[in-house]
Design a binder for this molecule. Structure first.
Ligand code: IMP
Length: 196
């Protein structure tokens, strides 16, 4: 009999799925929302990253019965009181347009000396009845203008402290080594690999 356990990653983002499948190997079969027949939009109504990650993981457990993990990420800018934070995907409106989000952020940062910011990813993991929250953080700053065209989202205007380059000027391999998501995922992998 196979030892492979099934666990849902509450996403349909193919890039995130293949990345984690590659790292986890054979111990877990990672299923997407689509693969379990969950085609509805899970409401993300919390005002924290922790809250939204937990809502998504609990939704899958309650409605579909699977163990599950879910992630939520935000860019937190000190000079803007932590904004855009949980609203990062829709900072400039509901249309999820990265260019508009970056334009608004650069506008709101004009004249600000303190450019410190961080990306934070929270992962909520539910195995049976147990909820575990893990996070991953990369500290950095908001640049004055865009640089680079790799990656997505706010990558062209975020420079991590570990580098002279923005995330959009790095290879995805270099970005993943230090990124918020890379760091949160590393904690998830340790937790899953140590499970019976
Ligand atoms: P999500 O929770 O992973 O969907 O991320 C929410 C939003 O944060 C995305 O729509 C992006 O705008 C932004 N974001 C998340 N991760 C990154 C990243 O690695 N680089 C740039 N922007 C990101």
């Amino acid at each position: 009999m196979s030892n492979t356990k099934e666990i849902v990653f509450a996403t349909n983002n193919l890039h995130k799925l293949s990345e984690i499948r590659e790292i986890i190997g054979d111990k877990f079969k990672i299923l997407s929302l689509k693969e379990i027949g969950c085609n509805e939009d899970i409401p993300e109504t919390a005002n924290t990253l922790e809250g939204n990650a937990e809502i998504k993981a609990r939704y899958v457990k309650e409605h579909y019965g699977y163990d599950c993990f879910a992630d939520d990420t935000g860019l937190e800018v000190d000079a803007l009181g932590g904004e855009p934070g949980v609203l990062s995907a829709r900072y400039a409106g509901e249309n999820h347009d990265s260019q508009a989000n970056m334009n608004l952020l650069l506008k709101n940062m004009s004249g600000k000396e303190n450019r410190a910011a961080r990306f934070r990813t929270v992962i909520a993991l539910i195995i049976g009845e147990e909820l575990t929250l893990m996070d991953g953080i990369v500290e950095g700053e908001i640049t004055h203008e865009r640089a680079g065209d790799s990656g997505f989202g706010y990558d062209p205007i975020f420079k991590p402290i570990e580098s002279e380059l923005t995330f959009a000027q790095m290879s995805s391999e270099d970005k993943n080594k230090i990124s918020h998501r890379g760091r949160a995922t590393a904690k998830l992998i340790v937790k899953l690999k140590n499970m019976e």
